[in-house]
Design a protein around this ligand. Structure first.
Ligand code: PLP
Length: 386
């Protein structure tokens, strides 16, 4: 039995700190060493200690892959140079003519990768409403081989019932990919709900400190894992050892950070819901939020991302994002510091004019781990500028 299997019974936070991270046998170092060597000595041809060349495998990357796979309840984990590199390796599982169904609220870069890189190569795709499962079944294209969903979605935080979508897709011969970037394995474990592959932008909550770009795939199927292992090496979009170390360091505190992100988000939502300048608040805990039932069923808590629209439309949205002092106006999310952005002109600009276009009046918050009182006060004073 391998180390990861032995530790499978440990709690999430214990696995986050220890799995794949036993003290280094050579030195006793408690922190996983950053192995920079690109090549590894062999006693005789092919006789080595598990590593030959760092694109194919690297000890620091192995530690990260073992740890995050364990957090996602996966047999296999693969780290990539970015979330999009991880996504690109999933799409390489398809054959020309295989259709991708993409949830109609998704990260703009995922939309761009599917519609602008893969579609022209002969991979048809359709945007679908994954909250309307009757319509999904009724209009299911026969050539579908992959259903790609985010839950909660970026940026409207819609939640999709993973178990039900997986059952529908599997009956029709399609794989289900869940982008678990927003929820993280601390809040939601899609493989246990029937998903085939979990995707992460490790740049976000896994890394957690806005200092590393990375991606991750977690899965259970041995054949699919062999194919991903092949393209990870053959296409070569692997992360540097130092980047693996940074993500691994972030993962150690994922549980405690997520608890704080969730409680701070709740404080912010409570204020926004009652504010006269705010039109609609998008947060999965709100009972009238689309997918609240799915979120309550499959998530441990509701996450650190909050979106809202302003009654004053685009101008009001741009005014608010310009006037916060603690929330930094910046793309990305999932780190200790709070961020604010205008999805229509920033993260989701590439979706303009498509079925994935987002409202002009929308503001997205990544609620960090600062003092909740300060965050609420900061947003209140920014709203006062409208
Ligand atoms: N998935 C989601 C939900 C994202 O928000 C992002 C980036 O913002 C990505 C994937 C892409 O990840 P990366 O920027 O690490 O390539």
């Amino acid at each position: 039995m391998g180390e990861a299997e032995q530790q499978a019974g440990w709690g999430f936070e214990t696995r986050a700190v220890h799995t794949g991270q036993a003290p280094d046998p050579a030195s006793g170092a408690v922190v996983t060493p950053i192995t920079l060597s690109t090549t590894f000595a062999q006693d005789g041809v092919g006789n080595h200690q598990g590593y030959e060349y760092s694109r194919s495998g690297n000890p620091t990357r192995s530690a990260l892959e073992t740890c995050v796979a364990s957090l996602e309840l996966a047999r296999h984990g693969f780290a990539f140079a970015s979330g999009l590199a991880a996504e690109d390796n999933v799409l390489r599982l398809l054959s020309q003519g295989d259709r991708i169904l993409l949830g109609n609220d998704a990260y703009g870069g995922t939309f761009r990768l599917i519609s602008k890189v893969w579609a022209p190569l002969g991979f048809p795709w359709s945007a679908v409403d994954l909250t309307d499962l009757d319509a999904l079944v009724a209009s299911w294209p026969d050539d579908t081989r992959l259903v790609w969903l985010e839950t909660p979605t970026n940026p409207l935080l819609t939640c999709i019932d993973i178990e039900t979508v997986a059952a529908i897709a599997h009956e029709r011969g399609a794989l289900v990919v869940v982008d678990n970037t927003f929820a993280t394995p601390f809040l939601q474990q899609p493989l246990a709900l029937g998903a085939d592959i979990v995707v992460h932008s490790a740049t976000k909550y896994l890394g957690g400190h806005s200092d590393v770009v990375g991606g991750f795939l977690a899965l259970n199927d041995d054949d699919l894992a062999d194919r991903i292992r092949f393209t990870q090496n053959a296409a070569g979009a692997v992360p540097a050892p130092f980047d693996c170390y940074l993500v691994l360091r972030g993962v150690k505190t994922l549980g405690v950070r997520m608890e704080r992100h969730c409680s701070n988000a709740r404080a912010v939502v409570d204020m926004l819901v009652g504010h006269p300048a705010v039109d609609r608040v998008f947060y999965p805990q709100l009972p009238d939020h689309p997918g609240h039932r799915a979120a309550a069923k499959q998530m441990r808590d509701f996450g650190g991302m909050v979106s809202f629209t302003l009654r004053g439309g685009l101008d009001a949205a741009l005014t608010v994002v310009r006037h916060t002092q603690i929330f930094t106006l910046a793309e990305s999310l999932g780190a200790v510091e709070s961020l604010i952005e205008h999805p229509g002109q920033m993260t989701h600009a590439s979706a303009a004019g498509s079925p994935l276009q987002v409202p002009d009046a929308l503001v997205r918050l990544s609620v960090g781990i600062e003092s909740a009182t300060d965050l609420v006060a900061d947003l209140q004073q920014a709203l006062d500028h409208i």
